[in-house]
Design a protein around this ligand. Sequence first.
Ligand SMILES: C[S@@+](CC[C@H](N)C(=O)[O-])C[C@H]1O[C@@H](n2cnc3c(N)ncnc32)[C@H](O)[C@@H]1O
Length: 310
Amino acid sequence: MRRSEAARADDVVARGDMLGLGAIVGAGAADVIYMDPPFGISKRFAARAEEPGGPRSRARGPVAYDDLWPSLEAYLAWLTARVVALRELLADHGTLWLHLDARAVHDAKVACDRVFGRARFLGEVIWAPGNGSKARRGPGLAHQTLLLYARGRDPVWNHSDPALREPYADTSQAMHFKQVDADGRRYRDRTVGGKTYRYYADVGRAIGTVWTDCPAMVANTPLRRETTGYPTQKPLKLLDRIVRASSRPGGLVVDPCFGSGTTLVAAAAAGRRFAGCDIGERAVRTARARLDEAHVSYIYRELTDAAEAS
Ligand SMILES: C[S@@+](CC[C@H](N)C(=O)[O-])C[C@H]1O[C@@H](n2cnc3c(N)ncnc32)[C@H](O)[C@@H]1O
């Protein structure tokens, strides 16, 4: 994967606490921030061990990062301090995506409403990774939630980008898209309030808020090329959609806890600039190797104030 002409060569990868991101991202400079932090679920995440004969189970791999907290309150205080700092980095048209799951997302939503103002909540996306569930008590968790907040009144949302479209249902195509234009494209016309709108079958419909077409397995099984072995790696397709939804070509995509570097790779491939950090040594190593493999150049920085960050 090679970066597009539109992107610049001053992309930055850094190691350190995201509280220090201001050293590499100017206030108001970020078009979109994708934040996929520890979920607040009291778990230790191991990376897949690289051993002769191929990648092995995560259980035997080295610890990649901890998601261990004394209490939910402690987790929320940690998260809120970082959301406050990240909001300062957003442009007026910028958006922040916060990726969590049902175990803390409702508490985080209340905290984020206070930081951004409830009117800046743009909505939530339910991502179904397709991994099944391990229900013991109650319904098994089979989805994660992405909260979307805008800094200002007029956020970027590229609703007609192909990454945000899905095919019309077969029945809809058969019933409604019966007309064909001079180029051979199937369409339907709808008249609403005296005005006629034309819809093309090949453009598809808006994807909506439930995303089931970005399976996690693509990023998590050693059988797939995308997999780095880093735990909780997100699929490129998911990040490609987020980047394309909320930024324009050449815009700045920021990931404050990039893990395996999925967002950075997706941003470069989509012709956006990127800046990101992670506090973990393994994450930085993984993301850098991934960018190198994709022939994406970047500047590397250590966030010197990370040690002071709480
Ligand atoms: C859920 S993982 C991110 C996975 C990533 N989205 C991917 O696709 O690989 C969470 C990451 O947050 C990082 N992290 C935890 N605390 C952090 C902090 N204070 N500043 C920056 N990164 C942090 C962890 O090291 C871990 O890599």
